[in-house]
Design a protein around this ligand. Sequence first.
Ligand SMILES: *Cc1c(COP(=O)(O)O)cnc(C)c1O
Length: 369
Amino acid sequence: MTEREWILLNPGPANTSPRVRQALVMPDLCHREPEFFEVMRDVRQRLVASLGVASTHAAVLFTGSGTAAVEAAIASVVPPERALLVVDNGVYGDRMRRIARAHRIPAEVLSYDVTTPVPPADVARALREHPEISHVALVHHETTTGLLNPVEAVADVAAAAGRRVIVDAMSSLFGEPLDVARDGIDFVTASANKCLQAIPGIAFVLARRAALPALEGRPARSVYLDLAGHFTTQEQDNTPFTPAVQVLHAMREALLELAEEGVAARVARYAENARVLRRGMAALGFSILVPEGARSSILTTFRLLPGLTYDALHDAMKRRGYVIYAGQGQIRTYAFRVANMGTLTPKDMDAVVTAFAECLRELRSSGAS
Ligand SMILES: *Cc1c(COP(=O)(O)O)cnc(C)c1O
């Protein structure tokens, strides 16, 4: 494959640098040797240091897709006899509810449509009404639509009620401001292949160290996704199962790049990417599904124009090297998604807009639109 064969406008896996991809090719390495321990220690340390929480938090790694970290957090932290409050305003909130159900964890659910952020007062009320709830689980950036939930305000409400929060920040950590050390937040989940700009295969839970001892000695709901087990072994330079050695090696390279760019600068680059994209798409007549004020700077859901189908637009964009992303479920019939994470720059986003303009001309002249 040639360099940057596709420009990925799907919300992860995102475009990576040649340097990160080349780090996948390395000498074969046994994960029970010091050369591997050094890489794992460095990745775990860089994750917490990049977020400014090296003294209070630990990163616990899982070989798996991002859902592995979400499932590990939910299955491991809700004590027996307690319950979970889940915020559901998209596919990933719904996934947290399904995870709780699969592990027979009682769950109360606050449901909203896919363009409505959770009102923190609703969380406060649910916590008052349900003393059995120990944790609140919510998605920071609902990748379903590009909607941001008010995580910090929810954390404040939970802390005031003596409860703790699990945040799925899979598609926003390092790409959108988030105070991971906010009181109330104990566990934040993310993966290598979104705003970290690394390769798919490793997910992680960023855990407040003070919240970890409570998990030890509890009967595990899962063998593979036992957070306490992974934490304890990783602290001893070990892993309970075979890790994705090469993926971790590339993840370290991505963390070096993140340190060079700086988290704040990356957040600013993504915001500028989104601004260029949205301004250009508005000029082409596209409107945005999520109301202003609730939008992330990482992904935009645009309404399809009359007569324009997702499949025709997708194929026309792909012929030009761009991969856009369908809406999930019913949304596919009236809207589509464009992410601007990864190595993309504002200049790339200008080219994306030009490609959309060409596609509209092509599809209109061929009568497909
Ligand atoms: C990508 C994503 C996940 C994890 O998806 P995987 O396919 O398991 O990597 C979880 N939550 C959110 C909000 C996501 O965007």
